[in-house]
Design a protein around this ligand. Structure first.
Ligand code: NAP
Ligand code: MG
Length: 564
C-alpha cells in the first residue's frame, strides 16, 4: 500500500540538515493528529529517529487505515512517543496548532515550525558552503540536470504520498493535489532539468583583430525562498527547479500552515543524492525565519510568493541589508470579461474554474467578472448553475472538487469580506450562508450589483467569492478591468478574433487568458504587472532570476600606449 493508506508514513525532517554543524541526520519532526470530531484529542503521535519522523492518522476520518494484519507487517520505526523535539540548534520548541486545515484547527500539530534566527544562520552557512564546494560552479549542468530528473522520478514514485500530505497540508482534494499539483511539480523539475546544460552566454565581437568579449550566466549564489500555503508543492517546485538548474543553493521556508510536503521533499532530496547543504528546509514563522532571511547579509537572492503586504516588507529588508536580488509573486484582483459573442456555456465553465479552483485561494483568482449587458441575465443564470455543481467537501472524498479554506484565519477573513459585501449593498446571487458543522468550508458565493469602491471589488479576498458587474462597450470593459492596483491575470471570452486581439493587448496583466482561464504551463512565463509582483517565474525567463551576467572582455592584440 502506498501513502497514508499504510498507517505509518515516513516524513523526512529537513534532510539536508545533515550537513549542518553537529547534526548528522536532520531534525526531528513531531506530529500529532487529532480526530475528525475536532476535539483536539491526540489520536496517535510518533516521533521517529532523527531525520525520519512518521505521521499516522486515525481510521475514522480517512476510512482507509490498513488492516491489523497489514499494520503488523509494517516496519516499526517509531522510537518514542510524546517527547519534545529539538530544532537544529537544539532549542526546545513550542507545539504549534496551526496546520489543521481539513476539518478543525487541531487536526495536526507539529513543533518544528518554529525554527529560530540562529537556525536560519546555520542553514545559510550550509547553503554557502555547498555553493563554494559541491554545487555552484563545481558541478556540471549535465549533473545538475541528472539530479533534478532523479528527484522528479522520486516525486513521481511517491505521488500518492505527496498528494495525501498536500491534502493534509491545506485541505485541497487529494485527486487534485496528486494529479495536478504533484504532477505539474514533477513536470516543472523535468523542464528545468532540461535547461541545466543549456544556459549559454553570448560571444560578442569587438574588433576581430584584437579583442572580443563573451558573457557567462553565473549562478547568483544562496537563494532564500519563501513560499505560501495555497500551492505548497507547486511553489516549492517553481522556486527550487530553476535555482538548482542554474547552480544556486537554497534555504527554503515553507508557510507555517503547510510545511509537510516541503519536509517530505527534503527526504527525497537526500535519496536523489544531492550534496548536503544544497537545499535546506527551515519550517519557521514568517516574522522570524522569513524576516531573518530577507535581511540576511549572506543571502544573495530572495524569491517570494505571497501577499503584497509581506512582499513590501521583504523588499524593504532586502534594501536595508545587502541589496539582495528580489523577485516577488504577489496578489491579484483579476478581471474576467465576457463579451456577447462568447460561447456562454464554455465561458461560464472557465469563470467558475477561475474563482472556485483551490477554493478561490489563488493569486490569479478571477474574482471580478464583467459581462456585456446584452447577455448578462442569461450568463448569470448559467454561471450560478455551474457553481452549484461543484462539490466542496472533505479532501479525501473522491467526490470533492474543492476543499475547505486553509485555516481559521483565512475562514474568518473570507467571511468578513462576505459580510462587508452585504453591508455595502451588493446583492447575493448565490451563497453567503455559513454551513453548520465542522470544517472551514465556504460555499461558492456570487455578488451582483457591485460598485467600484466596494471592498469586495477592490481587495483580494482569497476565497470563493465572485463579484459580477456589467458593461455595454468594449472600452468600458477594458476600463473596468484595468481599474485596480494589481496586474496578475486577466481573462476574456469572445468569438470575435479582432476583439480578442484588441482587448488582450489593452489588459494590464502579466497573463491574459483568451477563451480559457487559470491554466499555467512550465514553459510559459508567469508573473505580475503593477503591484502584483516583480520578475517572472516559469519558462526561460525564470533562469534570469537565478543568474547574473558576467562580461569577460579579452584583449589579444591591442597595446596600450602610456601615458595617455
Ligand atoms: P503571507 O504573509 O504573504 O505569507 C506568505 C509567506 O511569507 C509565508 O511563508 C509566510 O510565513 C511568509 N512571511 C510572513 N511574514 C513575513 C515576513 N515579515 N518576512 C518574510 N516572510 C514572511 O500571506 P498570509 O499571511 O499567509 O496570507 C495573507 C493573505 O495573502 C491571504 O489572505 C491572501 O490574500 C494573500 N496570499 C497570496 C498568495 C499568493 O499566491 N499571491 C499566497 C498566500 C496568501 P508564515 O506562513 O509563517 O506567515
Ligand atoms: Mg502571514
Amino acid at each position: 500500500m502506498t501513502g497514508l493508506q499504510s498507517s505509518r508514513l515516513s516524513l523526512g525532517g529537513g534532510g539536508d540538515f545533515r550537513g549542518l554543524g553537529g547534526l548528522d541526520a536532520g531534525f526531528k519532526l513531531l506530529l500529532e493528529l487529532s480526530g475528525v470530531d475536532g476535539s483536539g484529542t491526540v489520536e496517535e503521535l510518533f516521533v521517529v529517529g532523527v531525520g525520519s519522523p512518521v505521521i499516522t492518522r486515525d481510521s475514522e476520518w480517512v476510512s482507509c487505515r490498513q488492516s491489523q494484519e497489514q499494520e503488523e507487517k509494517a516496519p516499526t520505526i517509531c522510537t518514542d512517543t510524546k517527547q519534545t523535539t529539538a530544532s537544529p540548534s537544539g532549542s526546545s520548541l513550542p507545539v504549534m496548532d496551526r496546520i489543521a486545515t481539513k476539518m478543525s484547527d487541531k487536526f495536526c500539530r507539529y513543533p518544528s515550525t518554529n525554527s529560530s534566527v540562529k537556525d536560519i544562520d546555520v542553514a545559510v552557512a550550509a547553503a554557502r558552503e555547498a555553493f563554494r564546494t559541491t554545487w555552484g560552479k563545481n558541478v556540471t549542468g549535465i549533473e545538475r540536470g541528472r539530479l533534478l530528473n532523479k528527484l522528479a522520478d522520486l516525486m513521481e514514485r511517491d505521488a500518492q504520498v505527496l498528494g495525501e500530505l498536500e491534502c493534509l497540508n491545506n485541505g485541497k482534494p487529494l485527486k487534485i493535489a496528486r494529479d495536478f499539483d504533484v504532477g505539474d511539480s514533477v513536470a516543472c523539475l523535468r523542464y528545468y532539468a532540461g535547461w541545466a546544460d543549456k544556459i549559454v552566454g553570448q560571444s560578442i565581437e569587438i574588433d576581430s583583430k584584437t579583442k572580443f568579449a563573451f558573457t557567462k550566466h553565473d549562478p547568483i549564489g544562496v537563494c532564500a525562498q519563501i513560499i505560501p500555503w495555497n500551492y505548497p508543492i507547486n511553489m516549492w517546485a517553481w522556486k527550487v527547479a530553476p535555482a538548482l538548474a542554474c547552480g544556486c543553493t537554497i534555504v527554503m521556508k515553507p508557510s507555517e500552515f503547510t510545511p509537510l510536503t516541503a519536509l517530505k521533499l527534503s527526504e527525497l532530496i537526500v535519496e536523489a543524492g544531492f550534496p548536503p547543504g544544497v537545499i535546506n528546509t527551515i519550517p519557521s514563522l514568517g516574522s522570524v525565519g522569513g524576516a531573518a532571511l530577507s535581511s540576511h547579509k549572506d543571502v544573495d537572492k530572495i524569491a517570494f510568493t505571497g501577499s503584497t503586504v509581506t512582499g513590501r516588507k521583504i523588499m524593504a529588508a532586502a534594501a536595508m541589508s545587502n541589496l539582495k536580488k528580489v523577485s516577488l509573486e504577489l496578489g491579484g484582483k483579476s478581471p474576467h470579461l465576457v463579451f456577447e459573442s462568447a460561447d456562454l456555456d464554455q465561458a461560464a465553465n472557465w469563470v467558475a474554474l477561475g474563482i472556485l479552483y483551490n477554493t478561490g485561494q489563488d493569486c490569479t483568482a478571477g474574482s471580478r467578472v464583467y459581462v456585456q449587458d446584452t447577455i448578462y441575465d442569461k450568463f448569470l443564470q448559467i454561471l450560478i448553475g455551474k457553481a452549484k455543481e461543484l462539490v466542496i467537501g472533505d479532501g479525501f472524498d473522491e467526490k470533492s472538487g474543492g476543499g475547505p479554506v486553509v485555516s481559521k484565519v483565512q475562514y474568518d477573513k473570507v467571511w468578513s469580506y462576505i459580510e462587508s459585501g452585504k453591508q455595502e449593498g451588493a446583492k447575493l446571487a448565490l451563497g453567503g450562508v455559513k454551513r453548520s458543522g465542522k470544517g472551514y468550508f465556504v460555499d461558492p458565493t456570487i455578488f451582483t450589483d457591485i460598485t467600484p469602491e466596494m471592498k469586495i471589488v477592490k481587495e483580494e479576498i482569497f476565497g470563493p467569492v465572485l463579484s459580477v458587474g456589467k458593461f455595454s462597450t468594449e472600452e468600458e470593459a477594458i476600463r473596468l478591468a484595468n481599474d485596480t492596483t494589481y496586474g496578475l491575470g486577466a481573462g476574456l471570452h469572445s468569438s470575435d478574433a479582432n476583439q480578442c486581439m484588441r482587448v488582450s493587448n489593452a489588459l494590464e496583466a502579466g497573463t491574459v487568458w483568451v477563451n480559457q482561464y487559470n491554466l499555467l504551463y512550465n514553459n510559459v512565463p508567469f508573473g505580475g504587472k503593477k503591484q502584483s509582483g516583480i520578475g517572472r517565474e516559469l519558462g526561460s525567463h525564470a533562469l534570469e532570476e537565478y543568474t547574473s551576467v558576467k562580461a569577460i572582455q579579452w584583449n589579444f592584440g591591442e597595446k596600450l600606449d602610456w601615458p595617455l
